[in-house]
Design a protein around this ligand. Sequence first.
Ligand code: WT7
Length: 645
Amino acid sequence: MSESHIYPVPKALAANAHIDKERYEAMYQQSVEQPEAFWTVKAHEFLNWDKSFTKVREFDFNQGEAKWFEDGVLNVTTNCIDRHLADRADEPAIIWEGDNPYDSKTITYRNLHEHVCKLANALKARGVKKGDRVCIYMPMIVEAAYAMLACARIGAIHSVVFGGFSPDALKDRILDSDCQVLITADEGVRGGKAIPLKYNADRALEHCPNVHTCLVVKRTGGAIDWEDKRDIWYHVAVPAADEHCDPEPMAAEDPLFILYTSGSTGKPKGVMHTTGGYLLHAAMTHKYTFDYQPGEVYWCTADVGWVTGHSYIVYGPLANGAITLMFEGVPTYPDAGRFWDVVDKHRVNSFYTAPTAIRALMGAGDEFVKRSNRSSLRLLGTVGEPINPEAWEWYHRVVGEGRCPIVDTWWQTETGGHMLTPLPGATELKPGSATLPFFGVEPVLLDAEGKEMEGPGEGSLAIKSSWPGQIRSVYGDHQRCIDTYYSTYPGYYFTGDGARRDEDGYYWITGRVDDVLNVSGHRMGTAEIESALGLHSQVAEAAVVGYPHDIKGQGIYCYVTLMDGEAPSDELKKELVAMCNQEIGPIAKPDLIQWAPGLPKTRSGKIMRRILRKVAANELENLGDTSTLADPSVVDELIDNRLNK
Ligand code: WT7
């Protein structure tokens, strides 16, 4: 990759930025050399504590343990709402833009306070108390943010499940963390189409006897079924509730939320985040990475069902008293110019989206961008997957008119917030690189023997010491947390990503090194898709790999072996796609299904995925050693019938 293209920090921006190059270097150094001093100051600068802490951090990566500000006490909503009422009560907190371009509204901090307190009281009235789990299965409406914050107000732990997940996927998540309350809507609306959330919830709840309350927001008024004992309307229960609700005092290490994410094996894991460290990391990265200035309109296009929505639509911006824009729709409705129309409509200053959206809009043509003026934009960001330099350049040149720095932020559900990222006033940019570590983050590259590499090179990306926003556990299964993140390289947190470091110390993420796919920024385990396919009675075995896809980043490539005597057909392919839809959701739709009479296996029966990945990618030159296969001839058969030529 050419590194001749280096984009300097715009001088005018650096002059007024929170962090310039010198400050970055000095602060970074302090953050890793004197973490206690550094974080003590930042924890007080960014957060209000009901009771200050005396301990800063304690961690033991061999046990997968991390504790931050352990004896401190605070409440997330005091920090995200109440403390802003003194001077910003009538300033916007959330600007909501509906799927329909004529639909939008502004929620002030005062409004937010009232909505959250009322909902918190409505939850209390249904018996919800500190430590209880509440599942949130919502479209991108303001009530989704209220629901998260209402839980935080009373110390309940929320588990947001993305509205695109199927009833089965929702059921698994509700049961795994024993949520007893579900908050949902009658229907969601995206791209002019209704999404049957309550219908899906009803299917899921058939298998969840412990859920005693389902609180339903009326979004569309579409027809739904109703279970009198369990279901209550939001618009009946919430407005009637008291608008005063004392914030629950929370220990810094009390859980704030659970968020399910996929790994290389088994069912999705409930990543657990806690209160103090997480909020500090979210707030601090939001302020510095986006160089957020008071009064600016900031827009992150993620869904609240993903960690990006948690940290960068809700918690980070609101902790900073920012104006956060929440968008219900999709980038291409009514047409491919929607994002830029919204930027003009609300005079958006910072815009944060995913590479897959950028690539799709780049394909739609520049005229959709150019009909807007975008003069309010100061900064652009990306997240979720590696951005190819071509898409980066287009985003920079066409969307940002060469004026706006791009922050390419690398992080994960497990990290809570940004880990590698440019800071706009400090970091020279190289298209395709997530550049340098955020404060307090100590990345390392490990070689095949697990040794730390020095200088330029490529290896497995791991983190050497604890940072405030990190995962605390896997809900209900701490051993799984240790096994997944801390056992591959003892003493380190292993990210699952590979990376290259160049001569300037810049990091270039090369993608996952485990069996995890990233399809349009959605993370999925190949094992999950394989087990969905395996549920079909005609399937003997399935192996799933990713392959390069122009828009989605990765596509889903399935090799399917049928039971003896079963014949392949297009009908059967449709049934397999439906199976994935049912078990996981539309995001798990296979792109290509190849009938495979045999799969390449070692003599001990292990599938050689390396070969399957190469065939799917149509990279046939370098298949590697196939002599250890039980039956090397299956490879020729797979190559002859490959679908991605
Ligand atoms: C995986 C984490 C972080 C919030 C959204 C996804 C990939 C994420 C980047 C980036 C290259 C990236 C990694 C990571 N990823 N950001 N800027 N450049 N890759 O969160 O679902 O937990 O997925 O997304 O592979 O491990 P997630």
